[in-house]
Design a protein. Structure first.
Length: 153
């Protein structure tokens, strides 16, 4: 019987064992502990926002993070995030730069009166209302997102 969030999640995230294709988008705006957890780890991560950010924005930005099978830092991140709506998981065989470029396309949407809005699709409360088909359509088989999972606790 699973006793930790990692024990519960690894069969879903790594159904074929250790592979470098499991990612999370962590929404640091949800909780200050999200940013400190990321920055105290050595997990591969990139901010989804481009350019040099003001330190206050850097602490609340969304980050693409590569999760590692059987890794203590991944376990720590999952245990802190579980039940706190820190973000979503996805499986994709793309490299960090390719996946980041693809995911950045969804950060802005046009609202009423052609106003640009930030679309926080990585918030599991928003993501739960969407179909994973919204994120399809990437060119190249390496950008196929196999599955996206919202954090649920």
């Amino acid at each position: 019987m699973p006793t930790t969030p990692y024990d519960l999640l690894w069969p879903r995230l790594w159904p074929k064992g250790a592979r470098p294709n499991v990612w999370a988008i962590i929404d640091c705006a949800r909780d200050p502990k999200a940013w400190s957890t990321l920055y105290s780890s050595t997990l591969l991560r990139e901010c989804l926002y481009a350019g040099a950010l003001h330190p206050q924005l850097e602490r609340v930005a969304p980050y693409l993070v590569q999760l590692e099978f059987g890794d203590a830092q991944t376990e720590r991140l999952l245990s802190r995030a579980w039940g706190n709506s820190w973000g979503i998981f996805l499986r994709c065989g793309a490299s960090m730069p390719s996946l980041r470029k693809h995911l950045r396309k969804f950060l802005r949407v046009t609202g009423p009166h052609n106003k640009h809005l930030v679309f926080r699709y990585y918030d599991p409360r928003v993501h739960a209302c969407l179909s994973s088909d919204v994120f399809g359509g990437a060119t190249g088989s390496d950008l196929r997102i196999d599955r996206m999972h919202p954090y649920r606790g």
